[in-house]
Design a protein around this ligand. Structure first.
Ligand code: B16
Ligand code: MG
Length: 218
């Protein structure tokens, strides 16, 4: 049996936490008088917490001292974690469990590659942490996507070559990171946004077992 490593991004791939990031950032933006829309929130997908704050401040043409920024980041994460606290497995995106089960049955490695520093508690809340052979998250990396570091570390953790890795991602920066790592990139979401992906699906319900077998065997 051929063995591949399937690296899953978290937010927007396994669970839809973007709505909670939005609510927490929106509260902060409101407090600073910065207009912040759902469309603006799209700019933050796959982007680190610190960089997300910079993007929002730029949107509002607001500048803050380092101490004020730290305070905003702490409060935003506190508000975000309050939403995560109430999360459960009902928030896993459609088709994800079927694909995880199929890959496990096929003896494939499963790794997390996320920019989030909250990845572990989210996987625990969603009751999917047992599927993973290794986790790489925002606490482990110094260079954010589109830098390939997060995925390269994932391959290293399971001692497999980069060329044997397949990445599921919902952000363009994540697809670019997978391509830069010479891994197969599979976009989850709009083809229009994820046009640099090797393959693209609207969601996991449209990924067939035969497609996965082709990936495993090629
Ligand atoms: P945290 P992913 C990313 O996770 C999110 O897409 C992005 O919106 C968020 O700002 C980033 O994690 C950092 O998250 O504040 O929890 O550390 O998509 O790479 O799994
Ligand atoms: Mg994501």
């Amino acid at each position: 049996m051929n063995k591949k490593v399937f690296i899953f991004d978290l937010d927007g791939v396994i669970v839809d936490t973007a709505k909670y990031h939005f609510l927490a950032w929106k509260k902060m933006a409101d407090s600073l008088g910065i207009p912040f829309t759902h469309e603006d929130n799209e700019l933050l997908k796959g982007v680190s917490r610190v960089h997300s704050l910079e993007i929002i401040l730029d949107l509002g043409n607001v500048s803050l001292s380092q101490i004020e920024k730290e305070k905003c980041l702490l409060q935003k994460n506190k508000d975000y974690l309050a939403y995560i606290e109430k999360m459960n497995e009902s928030e896993i995106l459609p088709g994800v469990i079927r694909v995880l089960d199929f890959l496990k049955e096929q003896g494939q490695k499963i790794v997390l590659g996320s920019a989030s520093k909250n990845a572990k508690p989210i996987l625990e809340k969603a009751k999917v942490i047992h599927y993973f052979d290794a986790l790489v998250d925002g606490n482990d990396v110094t260079n954010a996507k589109p830098d390939p570091e997060v995925f390269l570390q994932g391959a290293l953790k399971v001692k497999m070559p980069n060329e044997a890795c397949v990445v599921f991602e919902d952000s363009l920066a994540g697809i670019q990171a997978a391509n830069a790592a010479h891994m197969v990139s599979i976009g989850i979401g709009s083809h229009h946004v994820l046009h640099e992906a090797d393959f693209c699906f609207n969601d996991f319900t449209t990924i067939s077992n035969s497609f996965l077998l082709d990936i495993i065997n090629n």
